[in-house]
Design a protein around this ligand. Structure first.
Ligand SMILES: [Zn+2]
Length: 289
């Protein structure tokens, strides 16, 4: 926050102000030319599996390369917090910060969910978004953000001295422990910053603080992904419900979410290959012994 100012303005202030913004990571070179192939493929989906995520809880699911998955609203407006891992290497996980640097504050069709270093490859690409009409509103708000982290008991304790066990961070941790047999301490360490599915957020104009508004998602809306490698997903139905009032408590009205996994005949995606991890040599300016 830039509210408290103690330093004097410099004499040459005029020459230091007003430079034009330059996009840090121009992303044209990673634009996917296969979106039209996937849009044809998605007209021929065959449902393989589905699961329901109960409110204030999370579940895991597996998606193989070449399959699609959808996160769908059921019964009422609800936000979902999504973690993604490479199925056979849980050290490789979704990298919210770099994905944000590449695509901006909120994701939609054609954007890819990149993985952590030293892997840095697309885990999944968004292929359909029934809320893409929302665009950015007058406050700069939009849906499906990569600017929040995930609601968690530590921040709740810090700000409100409150012990609450059903934040998304805890829900995601619990799902990994219960369904993947991972020790609690290890599971908690691999939970990472999420894609906030359906959440309507932005930064305030004056102080640039993270804000939320009630999500415009309604039953039947969904966000759809194409798996670019074999994936383990974990989805939490946030205790904030539509995140229009508060989270990290039992106050908000919450609803379940549905995850569906879809197959498609290989003929529709025959030229597509799984993504490869980064081929940077990892020397970092040192000689390898
Ligand atoms: Zn949450």
């Amino acid at each position: 926050m830039k509210i408290k100012k103690f330093s004097k303005k410099p004499f040459d202030i005029e020459s230091r102000l007003g430079a034009d913004p330059v996009v840090c990571y121009p992303n044209a070179t990673i634009e996917d030319k296969n979106l039209s192939i996937l849009h044809l493929a998605r007209k021929n989906l065959i449902k393989k599996n589905e699961l329901i995520i109960p409110p204030r809880d999370a579940k895991t699911f597996e998606v193989k390369f070449g399959e699609f998955f959808r996160i769908e609203s059921l019964d009422g407006p609800q936000v979902g917090d999504l973690n993604l891992f490479s199925l056979n290497n849980l050290d490789e996980k979704f990298y919210s910060g770099k994905t944000r640097a590449l695509y901006g504050t909120h994701l939609s069709v054609g954007d890819k969910m990149f993985s952590s270093f030293p892997y840095l490859r697309s885990l999944a690409m968004i292929t359909w978004d029934t809320l893409d009409w929302y665009d950015y509103d007058k406050d700069g708000g939009s849906v499906h953000d990569v600017i929040g982290t995930r609601c968690d008991p530590y921040t709740s304790k810090l700000l409100s001295n409150n012990d609450y066990h059903y934040c998304c961070h805890s829900n995601l941790t619990r799902a990994l422990v219960k369904e993947k047999n991972i020790e609690l301490d290890e599971a908690e360490k691999i939970v990472h910053d999420v894609l906030n599915v359906f959440m309507l957020t932005g930064f305030t104009n004056d102080t640039k603080q993270y804000f939320m508004k009630a999500s415009p998602v309604r039953p039947g809306d969904y966000l759809e992904f194409f798996a670019e490698t074999d994936l383990l997903g974990v989805l939490s139905a946030c205790p904030g419900g539509d995140c229009g009032s508060e989270h990290s408590s039992d106050v908000a009205k919450c609803h379940p979410l549905k995850v569906t996994i879809w197959k498609v005949d290989k003929k529709f995606i025959k030229n597509l290959k799984p993504t490869n991890i980064s081929d940077y040599n990892r020397n970092h300016g040192l000689e390898r012994k």
